[in-house]
Design a protein around this ligand. Sequence first.
Ligand SMILES: Cc1cc2nc3c(=O)[nH]c(=O)nc-3n(C[C@H](O)[C@H](O)[C@H](O)COP(=O)(O)OP(=O)(O)OC[C@H]3O[C@@H](n4cnc5c(N)ncnc54)[C@H](O)[C@@H]3O)c2cc1C
Length: 431
Amino acid sequence: MSDTAAVAEADALVAEATGEASGTAEGEPKFTLELNQDQKDIREWVHGFAEGVVRPAAEEWDEREETPWPVIQEAAKIGLYSFEALGQFWADETGLTLPIANEELFWGDAGIGMAIMGTSLAVAAIFGQGTPEQMGEWIPRCFGSADDPKVAAFCSSEPDAGSDVSAIRTTAKYDEAKDEWVINGQKAWATNGGIADVHVVIASVDRELGSRGHAAFVIPPGTKGCEQGAKVKKHGLRASHTADVHLDDCRVPGACLLGGKEKLDERLARVREGKKAKSQAAMQTFEASRPTVGAQALGIARAAYEYALDYAKERQQFGKAIIENQAIAFTLADMKLEIDAARLLVWRAAWMGRNGHKFENAEGSMSKLKAGEVAVWSTERAIQILGGNGYTREFPVERMHRDAKIYTIFEGTSEIQRLVISRAISGVHVK
Ligand SMILES: Cc1cc2nc3c(=O)[nH]c(=O)nc-3n(C[C@H](O)[C@H](O)[C@H](O)COP(=O)(O)OP(=O)(O)OC[C@H]3O[C@@H](n4cnc5c(N)ncnc54)[C@H](O)[C@@H]3O)c2cc1C
């Protein structure tokens, strides 16, 4: 794609996102839980890929603990791993397509799902904070091409800055003579860190301002001084690569500051004058992505529930199927209930986010919190329903339980979500 075409595409995405597109100009789309044909088609398409390609590969890549490049390539070949697909999901003005696609993919397998969707956090940062030119230049490069797919990484967390994003120590200093930013620091836990072509890094440009002095930078492929550190061996999501990223005198062109220097200077000036800053670089990305992350957790929960339901109908003990015992049947009823309740929270937050409704009561956090906890609980219950088999690697619910656990930790732990919700509903600075 030419630069001009890419910029035009990005402009169209922005217009969609801000409601300038003709579809939304006539009035807000009515909220309905009846999926339209496009949504159903996309759900079926992603489900088919999850069932036919992702599931059969899940166990192998979990054991190998490596990025499943052949599966990513398959996804790229059918157009599922591409910025066009993400743009199409995002363009749905009801906001539901993105969570629907994520739920289906992660129903297939969460480790591979994250290997495919991990790129989208970096894309969300570029989309949320970049200029149209930056979007046009960098978003396609996050994906590469169908023949040569690439991944992207979003690097906010550091060894001493996890939940406390304001503690970020990575610095970015402007070298005016060369119009370059010089970035130094160490990032921790980055999904696709070091193997990504495009890294989006959150750095402090003014430590005294805490998180209000943060800015987001694109590190172009092959930039000197941006290296992978230790790769993390994990409990779950093992097909997804997680690693430290070291930034040592890493120089990037001035144009790599997302949003541009003028906008940053204006924002910093406002903060220094004691006025409220409109946004914080990392938090903006997390807030927007929470319903999508919740949908991923839902996919895992649903997969475990469906597996346990089938198993309970088959498995005979005391001369009858174990589902004939209320203890098992009621557990399955509760699993279904909790999963459906979580989905409603996810869809509500996705709809609100897409239609520009402010999360007055931290609805994005609610959706991620509920879905993450439901995923952990449901997968644990699924193991219980499978008994000894559930505890073995011969049956997938064991992997699903390991995968689910991360959803109460990353993108804001459950405690942090509760903090955000309690502050939002009370107006009190709960600690
Ligand atoms: C597999 C994986 C992938 C990841 N991918 C990325 C990525 O792509 N990019 C990225 O930037 N980061 C990523 N992370 C990092 C992730 O976002 C952090 O692990 C998470 O934010 C929690 O930070 P922490 O691990 O430092 O825990 P800590 O912040 O040290 O928290 C430890 C415990 O203390 C609790 N706690 C902390 N503060 C409070 C408080 N004020 N009130 C109550 N309880 C509190 C927490 O809830 C938690 O239970 C990833 C992590 C993992 C494991």
